[in-house]
Ligand binder design. Structure first.
Ligand code: GLY
Length: 348
């Protein structure tokens, strides 16, 4: 049996039945009102990323254009973890990963890209101008140059140079929980090696991988991720941020999700695809993220004690939520009425 009801009637019904439905389906999303446009980006710095992209969304532009604007903003800044100013791999080379996905399930990605300032824009060109999804290394760079991206010089930023020289002294590779929350300037945990500061000395917030998801005024979803990957990684290492279904997934009927943290653990569970599938099954964005985090922890509880992964998601109603393994993951939300940083809930 099927029912057809008018929009007004539906809204009236929804207003009265939502609490009841919430009661009957604990943990399931009961979206009635749609918040759009909305943009959600990882970490405190996501607030500035959202601001840089907002004019696209507020002018009823496409979510995918807003995502690219946000990426360009953060890629052009100096930080530990995004763009050419970021920390290098253990050979002293900055290699960048990025991906993008739009409302039509078009997607593009680059991995191990060197000397190119805006990797997410290159990923967008892969998406729009080629039949492929992922280009890597020299091939990705060649493609970028052919598409008019200038080749930047192989110079480390001052921050990166300092951190790399410090790391070389110990010459060890060890992922650090919430690297962006620790600082060589004000942390007492100096024995763990060089850390990116939570805030740079001039007060600018630092961050890890920048994951962005957005729904535009037309209700279409898109997302993007941009990163230099794990600091002092093995040359050639690629994390989740170039992986559609790992660091980013968008299903225009359901929602979008992105991740930050130790990419290997996200890849292992196809993390953001999993989050979207949980939302498809009716879970709220927060609970969908929580279930993905639980999946990682269940696979290896001992290892999970020492790593951080955070997921953030939005659904088709514009509801948002995040969850992480450890304390310290944050994400920024911008809508017409909200401009806020949320500390995500965490498992341990
Ligand atoms: N989440 C970023 C990376 O693992 O490279």
């Amino acid at each position: 049996m099927s029912y057809t009801i008018g929009r007004r009637k539906f809204l009236q019904l929804s207003a009265f039945t939502a609490p009841l439905l919430s009661f009957r389906l604990p943990g399931k999303a009961v979206g009635i009102f749609t918040t759009k446009p909305i943009m959600v980006s990882t970490w405190d710095e996501g607030k500035n990323v959202n601001a840089a992209a907002w004019h696209v969304l507020s002018a009823k532009g496409r979510a995918v254009d807003a995502i690219e604007k946000g990426a360009i903003y953060i890629e052009n800044k100096i930080s530990c973890c995004v763009g050419l100013g970021a920390y290098p791999d253990r050979d002293g080379i900055v290699t960048l990963d990025a991906c993008i996905m739009d409302e039509h399930a078009n997607c593009g990605a680059v991995a191990g890209l060197e000397h190119i300032k805006n990797p997410l824009s290159v990923a967008r060109k892969v998406m729009e101008n080629t039949p492929h999804v992922l280009l890597v290394g020299n091939g990705a760079q060649q493609f970028a140059l052919e598409n008019g991206f200038p080749k930047e010089p192989a110079i480390l930023s001052e921050d990166a140079k300092k951190a790399y020289e410090q790391w070389l002294k110990k010459n060890q590779y060890k992922p650090v929980i919430n690297i962006e929350n620790q600082t060589a300037v004000n942390t007492s945990k100096k024995e763990n090696g060089p850390f990116a500061p939570f805030f740079f000395e001039d007060g600018r917030p630092n961050h890890d991988t920048m994951g962005m998801i957005a729904m535009d005024a037309s209700g279409n979803l898109s997302g993007g991720v941009t990163t230099s990957g794990m600091a002092f990684k093995i040359h050639g290492r690629v994390g989740d941020s170039a992986g559609i279904g790992a660091g980013l997934y968008v299903d225009n009927e359901i929602g979008a999700a992105t991740s930050s943290g130790v990419g290997e653990e996200v890849i292992r569970i196809c993390g953001t695809h999993l989050v979207v599938e949980y939302m498809r099954n009716g879970y709220s964005p927060e609970l969908a993220c929580k279930k993905a985090v639980e999946r990682i922890v269940k696979l290896n509880p001992a290892k999970a004690k020492d790593i951080q992964v955070g997921f953030v998601a939005i659904n088709k109603n514009g509801q948002h939520g995040g969850y992480s393994i450890q304390k310290g993951f944050a994400y920024a939300v911008k809508t017409a009425g909200v401009d806020k940083i949320y500390q995500s809930k965490y498992l341990q």
